[in-house]
Design a protein around this ligand. Structure first.
Ligand code: ZN
Length: 471
């Protein structure tokens, strides 16, 4: 059922009617109740950039953690500005233990307009097996389950073999300023052997069945460039061949025809190899071939089949903005384009820019970079992390392949990898591959899927921090 049909009901009635469903979704009703309560609280604090209440959300989570018994000094709300406040909370493990594990989510959400939605985006609504509200899937579900699990560990007296650290940032959806500030100014607070991010990876359903559990272990690097042609101009009644718009247009046309060569890394090779299981036989054969040999013909067919596969296989640079001229009756004195590149993580930005200059092949076109890129090396797929991830996927979603992936966009993980903290996105929340609503209208998370993911994280972190699986 689509959410449109229940828009007229009040959320209060729905909450009352639906409360038992949440309790049924998992084994421990107390844990389920807490996970639901914290998610509801976070959804109903509007942390969109225009509202700017991340401090309120961070403090609400801090209060819960202190109430559960974390020392006040281990729970900090901080940020580079009062408007962007993050939470950093440390759960102490055995003294002299290993380097900590960092657990990541963000508190902010993309703006949502009430008139676009079937329900109030900043009201937590449960209906027909779904939790609705802005942030239910990106990524207040992740923030809520991390906090709920810390409280659960504390109640159970769990002592990990090292410190566990939660970081909930305040502006992942806009500038990433919080994580950059934390990694630059307070690295000691969040430094870790590796990080697990709730804001990457995730499970895919097709026709209601799990087909893939994704582990985000790499991200492409973001770099925009400005291409600019200047000209002395003149009267448009006397055109000359040296025209700023034509220079730029021809250069961009050459760029449009250019494809960067196939470039794979450990993560994308594993992505094609293991992801093949969920594809049609023809595509699966091409994926295996690409993974093994980088075969260009197979890569071409995959690129034609999916813009995502194309982006995984290649560095891409595409024109996104254009500006030129100043009057209808004057020759242009300026023509300018923005070209946005998404660069394979092991490729230097310099080499991409050099390639672009060669392809555009016109010295009248001047290049400059819009801000500096943050390199983000792929995180190694070591068995110490991957083995427990896989063992628990086999327990919760038997037979589902674990597929490492490289994001073609960017999350906070870009910056933690940049400062030497390998980062793995293991959201564990399953959703239909054809109905993702993050950033969109009527965002939701499945009730069963949310609580299952929380349980998965509860157990995963325990195993990684020293608890042996029951045999
Ligand atoms: Zn997110």
């Amino acid at each position: 059922m689509t959410p449109h049909r229940f828009a007229a009901l009040t959320s209060a009635i729905m909450l009352f009617a639906a409360a038992p469903a949440a309790a049924q979704a998992g084994k421990d009703p107390d844990a389920r109740r807490l996970e639901r309560e914290i998610l509801k609280q976070l959804i109903e604090i509007n942390t969109s950039d225009s509202a700017g209440h991340t401090a309120e959300a961070a403090n609400a989570m801090a209060d819960r953690l202190r109430a559960a018994g974390l020392p006040a000094t281990d729970v900090q709300v901080l940020g580079y500005s009062p408007r962007y406040q993050s939470l950093v909370a440390r759960y102490r493990g055995q003294a002299g233990g290993k380097k900590p594990i960092l657990l990541m989510a963000h508190l902010d959400v993309v703006d949502a307009r009430k008139e676009d939605w079937s329900t109030d985006p900043y009201q937590f609504v449960e209906k027909d097996g779904w939790y609705y509200g802005r942030g239910t899937s990106d990524v207040k579900d992740g923030a809520a389950m991390l906090v709920a699990n810390f409280i659960r560990y504390k109640k159970e007296g769990f002592v990990p073999d090292r410190d566990l650290i939660i970081v909930l940032t305040a502006d992942e959806e806009t500038t990433g300023g919080s994580i950059r500030w934390l990694t630059a100014e307070h690295k000691d607070l969040i430094d870790a052997e590796y990080a697990l991010n709730t804001d990457g990876g995730g499970g895919d359903y097709r026709d209601g069945k799990p087909i893939r559990f994704n582990v985000q272990a790499a991200e492409k690097v973001y770099q925009s460039l400005t291409l600019e042609v200047r000209n002395k101009g003149g009267h448009s009644s006397r055109p000359i061949p040296d025209n700023a718009i034509y220079h730029l247009a021809r250069g961009l046309a050459r760029l449009a025809d250019y494809q960067f060569p196939v470039r794979l890394n450990e993560v994308t090779r594993a992505f094609f190899e293991r992801g093949a299981a969920a594809e049609t036989p023809a595509l699966a054969a091409d994926m295996r071939l690409v993974a093994k040999t980088g075969n260009p013909a197979a890569a071409r067919r995959l690129s034609a089949a999916s813009p995502y596969y194309n982006s995984v296989l290649h560095t891409t640079c595409v024109a996104t903005r254009l500006f030129a001229g100043h009057a209808d009756n004057a020759l242009p004195q300026l023509a300018r384009a923005t070209v946005n590149c998404r660069i394979e993580p092991d490729q230097p930005v310099d080499s991409v820019e050099a390639t672009l200059r060669r392809v555009v092949a016109d010295t009248a076109i001047h290049f400059s970079r819009v801000a500096e890129a943050h390199p983000s090396p792929p995180s190694p797929l070591g068995r110490d992390v991957m083995a427990p991830v896989e063992a628990l996927v086999a327990k919760y979603w038997p037979g589902t392949p674990v597929v490492p992936e490289m994001s073609t966009g960017a999350t906070d993980g870009l910056y933690t990898r940049n400062v030497g903290i390998p980062t793995y996105g293991v959201s564990a929340v399953f959703d239909d591959i054809n109905d993702s609503r993050a950033h969109g209208r009527d965002e939701r998370v499945g009730v069963k899927e949310y609580h299952q993911a929380a349980e998965y994280w509860y157990e995963l972190v325990r195993r990684l921090a020293g608890v042996r699986p029951a045999s």
